[in-house]
Design a protein around this ligand. Structure first.
Ligand SMILES: Nc1nc2c(c(=O)[nH]1)N[C@H]1C(S)=C(S)[C@@H](COP(=O)(O)O)O[C@H]1N2
Ligand SMILES: [Mo]
Length: 419
């Protein structure tokens, strides 16, 4: 069974990281303070009050202070219910069962990158990984295109490929949906790696394979990561082989010395430790990695051939990442902060509802234009009674029908005990 539950080791962490100055000290401090605060208090009344507004007053800080936040005090956050108790922002496990889940709960407006150390990991580097010094990526197959690029050449040709997010198609509630992260990448466009060969409309496909032999046996995953692409999709997505993440060489767990990044596609297509590219027949069979991820990338059934796969693009999606409890003039109100990502088109209206009996209302604060690679939104909410609420987002633009979002996949519940 390939449902999301088969991948308990979901993925994870984001923290204040301003793209302009590559600093995230303010955020980390805030994060630490907040954590200490949450640990020391049960968030009950009489608890020490932490004034986020004051802490966040520097211009580079995350939370923009609108009228309510300026006059009020942030008392704490309300945790999401039924999401499992996995460790966040920390590497654990080994090889195919190794993970790091990005903690999204401290993300704030204007924050658009995940520090490398908190960028989610789904599969850690193999203990058998060969020495990167002698790494080569060979290109071979049907067309007359035998070439190979050494890691030295790839590094020398690497340049900025922009900011892109990555999300595991198996991103799950059990890991607080922490298998999503965003970073700036450096690398070499696939087009160049393929020697500029004209592959589109030539009846071939491109198989990208990574090193996938492990010392141990996995309990969660099938080894053998490779994906077969329509050359057209590689070109239109701007796919590249990456050697750098956030301005530093890739770490082993993120695919060093070189990995594929397919902007806008799910992580399962972004093969790590790339060691071979093959030009294969149009009728090539889907790889085991493609089959493992078929359901999670919205395929119809389990297609036998690679060409029967629809592109594993990330559709529009949105979720709450934090529910803050504020007090202003003795009154309590809540602020829901969340992410919007995926899809190509800008979203005109993002709808939110905190209760299945209600209609969706437009999210109050949705930045326009929506920044790349993801957007942080916020919405004030005053529940009328105590109880459990399920917060769900919807894209209200009629032309957009993202399957996963509409299925309720990213809905998250909280219990409100104070009103
Ligand atoms: N060689 C190899 N590449 C791989 C995988 C793998 O198991 N082996 N996992 C894929 C999956 S399912 C995801 S979500 C992304 C995760 O990349 P990250 O760990 O750098 O976040 O890598 C992809 N690339
Ligand atoms: Mo994944």
């Amino acid at each position: 069974m390939l449902g999301n539950s088969s991948d308990p080791a979901v993925e994870w962490p984001l923290v204040g990281f301003s793209q302009q100055n590559r600093e995230y000290k303010g955020l980390l401090v805030l994060d630490m303070l907040r954590r200490q605060f949450l640990r020391k208090t049960s968030l009950s009344s009489g608890a020490l009050l932490l004034d986020y507004g004051g802490l966040l007053s520097s211009p580079s800080s995350l939370t923009s202070r609108d009228d309510k936040t300026a006059g009020g005090t942030l008392e704490g956050t309300v945790g999401f219910l039924n999401e499992g108790s996995v460790e966040m922002n920390a590497l654990f496990g080994e090889e195919l069962d190794g993970r790091l889940y990005t903690d999204l709960d401290s993300i704030s407006e204007g924050e658009n990158l995940t520090p490398e150390s908190r960028f989610y990991v789904r599969t850690r580097a193999s203990k058998l990984l060969p020495d990167p010094k002698n790494w080569t990526v060979s290109v071979r197959g049907l067309v007359n295109l035998r070439r190979s690029m050494g890691i030295g050449e790839l590094r020398a040709k690497s340049r900025s490929m922009g900011a892109h997010l990555m999300e595991c198609a198996g991103n799950t509630r059990a890991a607080h949906f922490g298998m999503i992260s965003a970073g700036t990448w450096g690398g070499v466009p696939m087009k160049e790696v393929l020697g500029g060969a004209k592959l589109t409309n030539s009846g071939v496909r491109v198989l990208v394979q990574g090193f996938d032999r492990y010392a141990g046996t996995s309990v969660t995953s099938t080894p053998g990561a490779s994906w077969i692409f329509d050359p057209e999709d590689l070109e239109s997505s701007g796919a590249f082989l990456a050697t750098e993440l956030n301005g530093a060489p890739l770490s082993a767990d993120h695919g060093a010395p070189v990995r594929l990044v397919v902007p806008g596609w799910h992580g399962c297509a972004c093969i790590k430790w790339v060691d071979g590219i093959s030009i294969v027949r149009d009728s090539a069979e889907a790889t085991s990695q493609m089959l493992e991820y078929a359901a999670r990338t919205h395929q119809t059934g389990m297609p036998r051939l690679a060409k029967e796969f629809v592109p594993a693009r990330i559709q529009h999606a949105a979720m709450p990442v934090r529910v803050e409890r504020w007090r202003a003039e003795g009154k309590i109100s809540y602020r829901v902060v969340g992410l919007l990502w995926g899809g190509k088109e800008a979203v005109k209206t993002l709808g939110i509802r905190c209760n299945p009996e209600e209609d969706y209302k437009p999210v109050e604060k949705l930045p326009t234009p929506q920044p790349e690679p993801w957007t942080v939104w916020s919405h004030w909410w005053t529940p009328s009674e105590r109880g459990v609420y399920t917060i769900r987002l919807a894209i209200l633009d009629p032309a957009l029908k993202p399957k996963r979002l509409e299925s309720g996949y990213y809905a998250r519940s909280v219990e409100i005990t104070e009103i």
